[in-house]
Design a protein around this ligand. Structure first.
Ligand code: F6P
Length: 377
């Protein structure tokens, strides 16, 4: 009897996910005769009281041409069925009951660290699950690259380079803010590829006085500076520089008073640090006009992109491997990944070890990363 597989895409969307979906369906159907059903909104759809509303039939006909499409056709959510609250509501049991009623034998999906954690929990409940890594943050272990990262870098570098050229033409300081949560991969590679003078990453907390002095040195020398800022860059909020900015700038006061929301996995919603640094630099460098420091927040522009060839190829290779593991070898509890050029696999537990930027300071500084004297190793 042919096996039936549910496909889900959880967490932040990104390029390359649809290529994975199309590849799973093609490989699973042509090689193993399996049938597929997409479930919209990932674990929220799986745990729904009316799962039928979330179903998307997927077959080798209707996935034709899907590879090039941006984001995910299955929508997404950050729903966590395993919080105490959702466990009390019976979400895990509902998922198992829904999968059984739909006649589903296994789950294939894409996800970042949070979705992979939910997949691990589902596997622990005895339901066969295999995942592929996706996130522009590139912050999951067991893979050199996650789906979406390469396209985000390609587009992000072009965008940052264009702001750099404009800042040079108008003799300004340009701050380009990018996502990345607690990992600096996105900021690092976009900064290097766009020729940024300075790059700040979460792994290297910023001493603001030193940072402003460094920016001031560049600005004095040639009257423009290009800086790429990771959204998770850590600045000490009790720092005298911040205290001064809080006194002098209404905007800084308002931004600092905002308590970041937490998502269902306890992650703070980041974003906006470039607005604080813009005012800090104007005050510390004694600039007459705020216009001398301009900000560009690339934010979601790096998520909803049509995939570059790299992510289409990666999505297809991940799909083939994931289908072979779940349907061919009848194994589960693993995440596929790429190591060098080889597609490999790791357990969910291994994948969940955070992957942040750890390179020698000497190399990072040569690449433009700003490292405060107190954080040099
Ligand atoms: O995880 C991917 C990511 O884009 C992070 O870089 C960012 O901090 C977060 O998602 C934004 O989350 P949301 O889409 O829920 O606003």
């Amino acid at each position: 009897m042919s096996r039936k597989i549910a496909l889900i895409t959880g967490g932040g969307d990104c390029p390359g996910i649809n290529a994975f979906l199309a590849s799973c369906v093609r490989r699973g159907n042509s090689e193993y005769g399996a049938e597929f059903v997409g479930v919209r909104k990932a674990f929220a759809g799986l745990a729904s009281d009316n799962p039928d509303q979330y179903l998307v039939p997927l077959d080798t006909e209707n996935v034709v041409g899907l590879e090039n499409r941006s984001s995910t056709i299955l929508e997404s959510s950050r729903f966590n069925p395993f919080t105490e609250e959702n466990k009390a509501k019976g979400s895990p049991e509902k998922i198992l009951a829904n999968l059984e009623r739909l006649g589903v034998d296994g789950v294939l999906g894409t996800g970042g660290d949070d979705t992979i954690l939910s997949a691990l929990r589902l596997e622990e409940l005895g339901f066969p699950t295999v995942m592929a890594p996706k996130s522009i943050d590139n912050d999951v272990s067991g893979t050199d690259v996650m789906l979406g990262f390469r396209t985000a870098i390609f587009f992000g570098a072009q965008a940052a380079r264009s702001t750099a050229d404009s800042a040079r033409a108008h003799r300004r300081i340009s701050l380009v803010e990018v996502m990345g949560r607690h990992a600096g991969w996105l900021a690092l590679d976009i900064g290097v590829a766009s020729g940024a003078d300075l790059i700040t990453i979460p792994e290297k907390p910023v001493d603001l006085a030193e940072f402003c002095a460094e920016v001031g040195r560049f600005y004095k020398e040639r009257h423009y500076v290009n800086i790429v800022i990771a959204e998770g860059t850590s600045i000490p909020y009790n720092d005298p520089v911040i205290r001064r900015a809080r006194e002098e700038s209404e905007v800084v006061r308002a931004l600092l008073e905002e308590t970041p929301e937490l998502d269902a996995f306890g992650n703070p919603k980041l974003g906006g640090i470039s607005q604080i640094l813009r005012r800090v630099l104007r005050i510390e460098l004694g600039l007459k006009k705020i216009e001398e420091v301009r900000t560009t927040d690339l934010g979601f522009t790096l998520r909803g992109l049509a995939p570059a060839a790299d992510d289409i190829i990666l999505g297809i290779r991940f799909g083939i491997k994931a289908a072979d593991i779940l349907l061919g070898e009848k194994r589960s509890g693993v995440m596929v990944g790429i190591n060098g050029l080889e597609i490999e696999e790791v357990t969910f537990e291994e994948a969940l070890k955070p992957k942040t930027v750890h390179r020698p300071d000497r190399e990072l500084q040569a690449l433009g990363v700003f490292i405060s004297s107190s954080h040099q190793n």
